[in-house]
Write a protein that binds this ligand. Structure first.
Ligand SMILES: [Zn+2]
Length: 496
């Protein structure tokens, strides 16, 4: 018979094991010992540093000292801003959830060179081979939890700062889902604050991965149809477009029934076959209007929640319509909040922007294509950051020697952004870079703004990649992480 004392506390019921000098948390429902890992994040447990005594592990957060040896227990600071993959704050633009202050970044200077050294502590991936997306959010945990989701296998791991390691969640009922063929510009995940789990598009339809932290397991709840775009959140709900019987519908996860339900049929004002090959972008959320946009090559889906309406419309209706280039980044948002999508027309070899909440007449012609973070737009010139359709003053423009792509805006006001310098010396047109899967190019990283000198993000070796946007970024506990799945490396730099 188990005669070990049990401490009933607000953080949970804890068993005191005097033989092992350990505490174990009980699952209140089953009365059994469940998952004992990552309790710093899950319930805010304190950590016992190694010392000569034989005690260690997690202790109830209500304790200040170890009852076995009397040493002080460590309190971790596990605060972190959220990170919604792939881009940051979950709006569909490439921007962080909380502003990063440039002055706080620990830079080093030597004459005109400014850089940030790479963090020396090795940050290992859950496994060498994987195609990871990283989520940072309070997914039903005491503190925001860093979760690695492997898009290739559906495996889910979470990180314990106290234990300094990844902990795998076990699939229950022993079934993994997650494999998904959506391209990088199309795949996105979503979570809702306080809900234990997150939603992803998969080959088996939209999936809510429900996490049971007490047991250390997760279970997939699948919907119907083929996922054709990323998952969005709007007004504390989750939405995703799916293809069923050649029509597009919007599905949402109903938490009271705990299943996916269809909320809207997508209407079309022009006949268009939605083939399986049709893909839509990471969703763009317009919280103010209550609207979500999914960008497709031929047209866009607009889901209007307040008016219960979903509509597909083409970019152009002429004989030679242009096509959107979502690979170049999210649509540019202007000063008054309108979004503009860059499109390309093969027929007259021209780029133009279309307003998402407008019609075919709301367009701006431009000289050339630009990369976009949604907050700023640029390829080689600073002049285009704020005005993507501005005419370039070739006398004064600051033209970089390499292609510069914005990966993440750290501060909207100063437009400070993490950029990747790519294909140095190359004269490849933008559209060729997108199509080119043969060559790889060295890619270096910087923090740039129009008003300051660029800050180099130093690393042992440049990334060697096909396209700039293959790099996946995330921010966790004041560090910037940059990950390449193809090269299976993840570097990090301190931002504070
Ligand atoms: Zn102790």
């Amino acid at each position: 018979m188990d005669d070990r004392p049990i401490w009933e506390m607000s953080s949970g019921d804890w068993i005191q094991d005097d033989e092992q000098n350990r505490f174990f948390i009980l699952n209140r429902e089953s009365g059994e010992e469940g998952n004992q890992s990552g309790l710093d994040i899950i319930v805010g447990a304190k950590w016992h540093h190694d010392n000569k005594a034989n005690c260690g592990g997690f202790f109830p957060p209500e304790f200040d000292h170890c009852p076995f040896c009397g040493c002080e227990l460590a309190v971790g600071d596990h605060n972190s801003d959220i990170w919604v993959p792939p881009y940051g704050d979950g709006s569909g633009l490439r921007k962080v959830a909380g502003r990063i202050d440039m002055d706080a970044i620990p830079v080093r200077r030597e004459r005109t060179r400014i850089w940030v050294d790479i963090d020396e502590q090795v940050f290992s991936l859950p496994r060498i081979h994987g195609d990871y997306e990283f989520i940072v959010a309070p997914l039903g945990t005491k503190s925001p939890v860093l979760v690695a989701f492997d898009r290739a296998s559906g495996v889910v791991d979470y990180f314990s700062p106290a234990q300094k390691k990844w902990i795998p969640l076990a699939p229950s009922p022993a079934r993994r889902v997650g494999t998904c063929e959506l391209p990088n510009w199309s795949w996105s995940a979503a979570f809702l604050r306080g809900k234990a789990g997150f939603a992803v598009p998969t080959r088996e339809g939209p999936v809510w991965l429900a996490i049971d932290w007490r047991q250390g397991t997760y279970a997939p709840e699948s919907g119907q149809g083929d996922c054709i775009g990323g998952v969005a959140t709007l007004q504390n709900q989750i939405f995703i477009p799916v293809l069923t019987d050649s029509s597009v519908t919007i599905q949402s996860f109903d938490f009271s029934a705990f299943k996916w339900k269809q909320v809207e049929d997508c209407k079309r004002d022009v006949l268009q076959d939605f083939s399986e090959a049709q893909r839509f972008s990471v969703p763009i959320g317009d919280e103010g209007r209550g609207v979500i946009y999914w960008i497709g090559k031929d047209g866009l889906i607009t889901f209007d929640l307040p008016h219960s309406n979903c509509m597909w419309r083409p970019w152009e209706t002429g004989a030679f319509p242009c096509r959107a280039v979502p690979e170049l980044g999210p649509p540019y948002q202007d000063q008054i909040g309108n979004f503009w999508q860059i499109c390309y027309n093969d027929h007259d070899d021209a780029f133009r922007y279309y307003k998402l909440n407008g019609n075919e007449g709301d367009r701006e012609d431009v000289d050339g294509g630009c990369f976009s973070s949604g907050v700023s737009c640029f390829s080689k010139s600073y002049d285009l950051w704020d005005r993507p359709w501005a005419k370039l003053d070739t006398k004064r423009q600051d033209v970089a020697k390499m292609i510069r792509t914005p990966l993440l805006c750290l501060d909207e006001e100063s437009k400070t952004s993490v950029t990747v310098g790519f294909a140095s010396g190359s004269t490849l047109p933008l559209l060729d870079i997108i199509k080119d899967r043969e060559n790889t190019y060295p890619a270096v990283l910087r923090i740039e703004s129009p008003s300051d000198l660029p800050v180099e993000l130093r690393m042992p070796k440049a990334f060697n990649i096909h396209t700039p946007w293959e790099l996946r970024l995330f921010i966790y506990q004041d560090h910037l992480f940059v990950y390449s799945s193809e090269e299976a490396v993840c570097y990090r730099w301190r931002l504070k």
